[in-house]
Design a protein around this ligand. Structure first.
Ligand code: MG
Length: 388
């Protein structure tokens, strides 16, 4: 029996992880569940999975907690994440919270010696060096839930210490893969939210359209697999069947394939090193017929270039890229700016802030705050420029 704490249980990854617990009740027991603000769904989950602790980051008054879920310990506010990550006894902590809060949760879980299943990008993007050090100290690998990184992790399982010459990080290309640069500049929220293959949250879907998602994934891969950015090649693969691949010095390329279904990487992390059924469809190569691959266009997707530049710059540059992008996407989702302004705001924030340290968690959180503030300050100017 594996005991599990799920941070962000009402989101896309959290709910799918719980569907896997439901599928294998003999294998998993849920000890803690936290949500940001979806109280009604969290109450339902607590009824169904009966954890010993539950919490909401956005607090509700105690009288709003229904009678039939008061059997567990309730923690409100940011403290809920800390208790679920490090105080409730469990084997595995699935960190599927959104945003930079994930970094603190990952560090808390690792400090408590927990196996971390990582579905939060920001932890590695902003604090990759701190996270990997902490994981090494407790001798437990970070198990990636991001589909591409899970794929690379799986490909490396058979590597027997052979160091890859390249990581081939696949990308669907998103809804704007075939759009012109001019058309992309003025794309609307509805257009950017129409992802062809994956059903995900709004933020990550916008990031997929701009390829900032892939920019963040280059950073994740750099830390998870200790690979320099120039050995990480993004490959646009519209069918999302090859989830990523690894190349070795003899020219062999090992890839991981499957239908696009997040339950596979979630289950792989949960059951590692075992594999269990996920309830998903099997891959039918005959039905697919063909798989295609394209080189990403750096003109239309400047996020990729920015990612490598920030990794090479070091310090808190990746944190600034991430924080600025998050603030810009939030603004785009409120229909305040056109799509093209997202990249302009990220570039503006990087330029405005210049080099900053990222030696401690506090350095990183400060850089994140400054990046968001820079976007707020740049917003009026960039918005007007993008309209012209
Ligand atoms: Mg991914």
């Amino acid at each position: 029996m594996t005991t599990l704490s799920i941070l962000g249980s009402t989101g896309s990854i959290g709910t799918q992880a719980l569907s896997l617990v439901r599928l294998h009740p003999e294998r998993y027991r849920v000890e803690a569940l936290t949500a940001n603000r979806n109280a009604s769904l969290l109450f339902e989950q607590v009824r169904a999975f009966r954890p010993r602790m539950a919490g909401l980051v956005t607090p509700v008054p105690p009288e709003e907690i229904p009678e039939d879920v008061r059997f567990c310990e309730w923690v409100m506010g940011e403290e809920a994440l800390r208790v679920a990550a490090s105080q409730v006894p469990c084997d595995e902590v699935l960190v599927s919270v959104v945003g930079i809060a994930g970094l603190q949760s990952v560090m808390d879980a690792l400090a408590a010696g927990r196996q971390v299943l990582l579905a939060n990008k920001e932890a590695l993007v902003t604090g990759g060096h701190l996270v990997m050090d902490a994981a090494r100290r407790i001798g437990k690998p970070i198990l990636p839930v991001d589909s591409e990184h899970s794929a690379i992790f799986q490909c490396l399982e058979g590597a027997r210490g052979n160091v890859p010459t390249r990581l081939l990080l696949t990308a669907s290309g998103g809804p704007f893969r075939t759009w012109s640069r001019e058309r992309m500049q003025h794309a609307t929220r509805q257009q950017a939210l129409a992802h062809p293959n994956w059903d995900m949250g709004a933020k990550i879907t916008i990031d997929s359209a701009s390829m900032f998602n892939k920019a963040l994934e280059i950073m994740e891969a750099r830390w998870l697999f200790d690979m320099p950015p120039e050995k990480i090649q993004v490959v646009v693969h519209p069918q999302s069947i090859v989830h990523s691949a690894v190349e070795f010095q003899d020219g062999a390329v090992i890839a991981q394939l499957g239908v696009p279904d997040m339950r596979v990487p979630i289950q792989y992390a949960m059951a590692y090193p075992e594999r269990l059924p996920t309830g998903g469809r099997a891959l039918d190569l005959f039905e697919l017929g063909q798989l295609t691959f394209e080189r990403p266009d750096p003109e239309r997707f400047p996020a990729l270039r920015l990612s490598v530049a920030c990794l090479n710059a070091g310090g808190a540059a990746c944190t600034v890229l991430n924080g600025a992008n998050e603030a810009a996407v939030a603004s785009f989702l409120r229909d305040e700016i056109p799509f093209g302004a997202i990249t302009a705001l990220v570039e503006g924030a990087l330029e405005k802030l210049g080099p900053m340290r990222a030696d401690t968690l506090e350095d990183i959180f400060e850089a994140d705050r400054l990046a968001r503030r820079a976007v707020a300050e740049l917003l009026p100017r960039v918005r007007d420029a993008a309209v012209d």
